[in-house]
Ligand binder design. Structure first.
Ligand SMILES: CCN[C@H]1CN(CCOCC)S(=O)(=O)c2sc(S(N)(=O)=O)cc21
Ligand SMILES: [Zn+2]
Length: 267
């Protein structure tokens, strides 16, 4: 089957053909209608806590759908907030648009941001690995960070510096200078949380989403670097009808929240 992507031919509105879960009722991303959010004392009573090991950020790869930094889960943990048990960091990646007026996956009161960073964690209290966890409703948790245009982001710059060596699909390189995921999170830890899905096929409905309220800054030049990735393999011709196969946009438009609860913690 033609590989899914973000062009007219293989983009989000075609995914349900090959991945029926994409048409489910617990899909992500969603628009965060802040008036609908209910504050929940149980969230306030169990602060979200994380521990990451910067030395464990191993490789960065061009998945053909964006860049992804794979992490050795050992030593990491995410607990508290809406979570039962301990989750371990598996990977982090980003979504962006062809210009910085769009690109985030979640929107807030209809407003898009320039990009969105996702830190993917899996439930190590109940499952053996990320792949298994992805098949269960409580298997994954993704920390989402909204990115807006502003100052150059020093921690993300370590990713940007590696992009030229993974310009084509399938290319990967070792992350030599440790990247600390904790340094990419906002200062204030207020967040919204709801039950959703992977925002890429197979769109498994197995993600507890935790989206921080405070956006983090990234520069226009850094966003431009993201858009220089190519969606096809070196030496092959470009399959996607994107302007010369550049990955200029890789975000999924929002899906209805439906009857799902949207909770918030912190102002
Ligand atoms: C770069 C995107 N990679 C994928 C790789 N995996 C998906 C396939 O795995 C199934 C066993 S994943 O579960 O790690 C995952 S979560 C997200 S998102 N956008 O919802 O945070 C994307 C991805
Ligand atoms: Zn993502």
């Amino acid at each position: 089957a033609a590989e899914w992507g973000y062009t007219k031919r293989n983009g989000p509105f075609t995914w349900a053909k090959n991945y029926p879960t994409a048409a489910g009722i617990r899909q992500s991303p969603v628009d965060i209608d802040t008036a609908l959010a209910t504050s929940d004392s149980s969230l306030e009573s169990k602060p979200l806590r994380w521990k990451y090991v910067p030395q464990n950020t191993r490789t960065i790869v061009n998945s053909g759908h964006g860049w992804r930094v794979d992490v050795d889960s050992e030593g990491s943990e995410l607990v508290g907030g809406p979570l039962e048990g301990t989750y371990k960091l598996q990977q982090f990646h980003c979504h962006w648009g062809s210009s910085s007026d769009k690109g985030s996956e979640h929107t807030v009161d209809g407003q898009s941001y320039a990009a969105e960073l996702h830190l993917v964690h899996w439930n190590s209290s109940k499952y053996a690995d990320c792949g298994e966890a992805a098949d269960y409703p409580d298997g994954l948790t993704v920390l989402g960070v909204l990115l807006k245009v502003g100052a150059k982001n020093p921690e993300l710059q370590k990713v940007i510096d590696l992009i030229p060596s993974i310009s084509h699909r399938g290319e990967k390189t070792e992350v030599k200078e440790a990247i600390d995921p904790a340094k990419m999170l906002p200062k204030t830890l207020s967040y919204w949380t709801y039950l959703g899905s992977l925002t890429v096929p197979p769109c498994n409905e197995s993600v507890t989403w935790i989206l921080f309220k405070e956006p983090v800054e990234v520069s226009e030049e850094q966003l431009a670097a993201f858009r220089s990735l190519r969606c096809y393999k070196r030496g092959e011709e470009c399959p996607c009808d994107e302007v010369d196969g550049l990955l200029i946009s890789n975000y999924r438009p929002t899906l209805p929240l439906g009857t799902r609860e949207l909770r918030e913690c912190g102002s």
